[in-house]
Unconditional design. Structure first.
Lengths: 362, 493
């Protein structure tokens, strides 16, 4: 369906310096594939996606859509774009139009569909994304997840052959990711050809039929989610997909700087898009450090986040201790009740360095 | 209404300040001879022979003003001590009414003639032929006496000329005079000594005569640029003019005069007297159908404003497209255009167009072109900024859906930008109305010039100025309402 050959892109800064983003990239995209483009920031993920509908013009190379070279001089770019939907990180709804008008604008103005027919179809699409009851709302009245669902309906209204998603979930509050994900899953199930640029590895693994791992200005590894996430060929891929993000601090006395600790935790959560976890994390750490383990110092606290599995754990390590503090005679087991209520699992284990209590977040 | 009330209060305060000033200068010694002028301020008209002959005098200071009514107002307010002017323009009746008298004549007398360009010698020859006949038959003397001795200028008999029977090309004459008895208007009709001579000449050569009003200093340029065929309005024959222009034979010799306040005369108080409002209203608007000036001026002002907005908007859309184009040379052209226009004063632009670029255009046409050009520039800048404020994201969404740039502007960014641009747009449009008040420079009788013309007949400043202040204020208010309405519709489409 789409075939990209020897594509390169170099940006020229206003000061004349050059910045190469893509170097000699080639790939084939077939009908019905759901492809996620993942990789560290600054490796040309978005640039690759945006060259497909020529929102970004490549410096050299060829792109074929249904056998035609879309970089040919007289190729009708606007006609091409009408056959490709695009969904943005920032939704980009038309702020002066209602939800319904957002969806009907392109079919009416670009395809000449009559208003009644366009509205009828728009209502079907809005129903599909669960936004039909908000059809007369203005975009400014909607929450992020709702906006993104409208944006998807808007893209679908042109009956696109492929939809390009540029980080569709990144700007969403974590509580709203689910509703958008449901819609995307449904589209995948219906066989829609889709390309995603995403930071969410779990999403990529669950939704895609194929993964492009972008690294070093190109597609470093191209394979099924199983291959990329479980048996990556290249070490860079492995390092990326299995990466564990950690935050460590040591509590020495009773009067440690709890504000500093909280602000570090907040930064950590924001950086890895797990801001929804921050409250539970703070509650658990406060209870463990100030109540449950208040007699044990120094205490090492480590927060780890594995992106692929979206698993967050907090380890409390008491060095030099070989028996569980939770089993001690003077320990009040009720102190742990609330921690238990907040967490998914509490694992105690002796290690060589000392005794470790691992709290797994839901 | 409240705002209007404040405006009135402020004006009244200013007026009462002026009264004090008047008293002070009235105590000065009366001017009788040239010696009395020592250390005084003498006003004259810009561009006249007096300006040249009396410039560089060490005994008094010469100041220049654009119209006779300004000079008279200044004299009465005590801003100047004397007016230096030709005596035929200020006959006794007019002087008496305004509490002014002639102190003494200049020694030199000045011959008056009409002027044409050198390329138009034919016309000069014909006029001289005509004038010779008029002189030999004694008619010229009769006509001159009739006008010079008239007491009631609203009731001087003009020969009727069947304009319909004149099938030649119109003869366009420029004049700077709106004062009796030389040339003045009552309603739509021109009267006066020069007018009668020229109308008779028109009849003689079979061409209807049309008059255009200029500032005195602008007449000769208008003649040279071909905007008028002939220049009138007490043009003195000087060597320099003879070198540059083709002057007709002399039809009148006149002295200059120094005119001063007549301290013995009971002067009409120039300060507004609201108990006499009815009379002032009557004098400035009803007598001689003077309201017609205002009505026609208003029509012209509206015409220029609305046409300039229309064409300016159309041109502005083009400029906007250039500014937003991907091609850098289009971008640059639009930016250069805007910055050039921003740097040229409106009056200068008008005169450049009128005297140099658009020769042969009517004054209103030139004004519409000039104001369209500036309005387009500010329209494009306002809209460009408003579109920038809408942000690039929606533009990008439209682009990705396959809309062309024009379609994006039309359906997506344009309507939102319009909403944002409205306040700025309103102030531009109101500024446009106010800026049209300078079109008098290119012989257009707009609202401001209409006020000047009323002042030239009544020599009163306060009421005519008050009337046009109110009219401009209402115009600006209506413009705001009108734009609210237009934008409401435009955003819906």
């Amino acid at each position: 369906m789409i075939s990209i050959k020897h594509l390169s892109k170099t940006y020229v800064n206003p000061d004349g310096s050059q910045f190469e983003v893509l170097r000699d990239v080639s790939c084939e995209i077939h009908k019905g594939e759901v492809i996620s483009i993942i990789g560290p920031s600054g490796n040309g993920k978005s640039t690759l996606l945006r060259t497909i509908n020529l929102m970004t013009k490549p410096t050299s190379g060829e792109i074929f859509f249904e056998g035609e070279n879309i970089l040919a001089k007289d190729y009708p770019i606007n006609k091409l774009r009408q056959r490709m939907g695009m969904v943005f990180q920032t939704f980009n709804l038309f702020e002066h139009l209602t939800v319904l008008e957002n969806v009907t604008l392109a079919p009416m103005k670009l395809k000449g569909v009559g208003q009644a027919e366009a509205e009828k179809e728009a209502m079907v699409l809005l129903h599909k994304v669960g936004m039909d009851d908000k059809c007369n709302a203005m975009p400014s009245d909607l929450a992020g997840g709702q906006k993104q669902r409208v944006a998807i309906a808007r893209a679908l209204a042109m009956h696109p052959e492929v939809i390009l998603f540029d980080e569709p979930l990144s700007a969403l509050d974590p509580s709203m990711v689910g509703e958008v994900l449901t819609v995307i899953r449904q589209l995948a199930h219906e066989g829609m050809t889709m390309l995603f640029v995403t930071h969410k590895l779990k999403f990529a693994r669950d939704v895609s039929t194929r993964i492009f791992f972008m690294y070093d200005k190109g597609i470093h590894e191209d394979g099924t989610p199983q291959q990329i996430f479980e048996n990556p060929v290249h070490s860079a891929t492995k390092a990326f997909v299995q990466q564990i993000y950690k935050l460590l601090f040591v509590v020495e006395g009773q009067d440690f700087d709890i504000v500093e600790m909280h602000s570090q935790m907040l930064q950590f959560c924001n950086k890895y898009n797990i801001a929804d976890k921050i409250e539970i994390m703070q509650q658990i750490i406060n209870m463990m450090v100030l109540l449950v383990l208040s007699d044990y110092r120094p205490l090492t606290v480590r927060i780890s986040y594995i992106e692929l599995y979206e698993r967050t754990t907090i380890d409390f390590m008491i060095e030099g201790l070989d028996t569980s503090p939770l089993q001690a005679e003077d320990f009040d087991p009720h102190l742990l009740d609330e921690v238990r209520a907040f967490s998914k699992e509490i694992i105690e284990e002796p290690t060589k360095r000392g005794y470790r209590i691992k709290v797994v977040l839901p | 209404m409240k705002r209007l009330f404040y405006l009135l209060c402020i004006t009244l305060c200013l007026v009462s300040c002026n009264r004090k000033q008047e008293k002070q200068t009235n105590e000065n010694q009366e001017i009788r001879t040239e010696k009395d002028l020592e250390g005084k301020v003498v006003g004259t008209l810009t561009g006249t022979c007096f300006e040249i002959d009396f410039a560089g005098r060490s005994d008094f200071r010469l100041v220049r003003q654009p119209t006779l009514s300004d000079l008279i107002a200044s004299l009465r307010k005590g801003r100047i001590d004397a007016i230096l002017y030709d005596e035929i323009s200020l006959p006794d009746t007019l002087l008496h009414k305004n509490g002014i008298k002639m102190a003494f004549r200049t020694e030199k007398s000045y011959p008056c003639a009409f002027a044409c360009t050198k390329s138009n010698l034919d016309l000069v020859n014909k006029f001289n032929e005509f004038l010779a006949r008029l002189k030999s038959s004694g008619e010229l003397r009769d006509i001159t006496d009739k006008w010079m001795n008239a007491t009631d200028y609203t009731n001087v008999e003009m020969p009727t000329i069947q304009i319909d029977s004149l099938n030649g090309e119109p003869l366009i004459v420029g004049t700077s005079y709106t004062t009796a008895p030389i040339s003045y208007m009552i309603g739509d009709e021109w009267y006066g000594l020069e007018i009668e001579i020229l109308n008779r000449f028109g009849e003689y050569i079979g061409r209807p005569v049309h008059y255009r009003l200029f500032d005195f200093a602008a007449i000769i340029p208008a003649l040279q640029s071909g905007n008028i065929d002939m220049a009138g309005g007490v043009i003195f024959v000087t060597e320099e003019r003879q070198r540059k222009l083709a002057l007709t034979d002399v039809y009148y010799h006149c002295h200059g005069g120094f005119f001063v306040r007549d301290l013995s005369a009971k002067t009409e108080d120039e300060a507004p007297d609201f108990s006499n409002f009815k009379e002032s209203f009557n004098k400035n608007l009803i007598v001689e159908n003077r309201w017609v000036f205002l009505a026609r001026g208003l029509k012209v002002t509206l015409e220029i404003t609305l046409l300039s907005m229309l064409f300016g908007s159309i041109l502005g859309i083009g400029l906007l497209a250039m500014r937003r184009s991907q091609r850098s040379w289009l971008n640059k052209t639009a930016k250069i255009y805007s910055s050039i226009l921003r740097g040229i004063p409106m009056v200068v632009l008008l005169m450049i167009l009128f005297y140099i670029v658009l020769i042969g255009f009517s004054g209103v046409g030139v004004a519409v072109v000039a104001f369209s050009m500036t309005f387009a520039s500010s329209f494009a800048a306002t809209m460009d900024n408003a579109i920038l404020a809408v942000g690039n994201q929606q533009h990008e969404a439209g682009e990705a859906m396959g809309f062309t740039n024009i379609q994006i502007l039309r359906y997506i960014t344009g309507p939102q930008a319009l909403k944002r641009a409205l306040p700025q747009f309103k102030s531009e449009a109101i500024a446009l109305i106010k800026n049209t008040s300078v079109v008098g420079y290119v012989a257009i009788q707009d609202l401001t010039r209409a006020c000047d013309m009323i002042r030239a007949r009544t020599f009163e400043a306060f009421f005519p100025l008050l009337f046009i202040t109110v009219i401009y204020f209402i115009l600006a208010w209506l413009m705001g309402k009108f734009l609210d309405y237009i934008f409401k519709i435009a955003i819906k489409i």
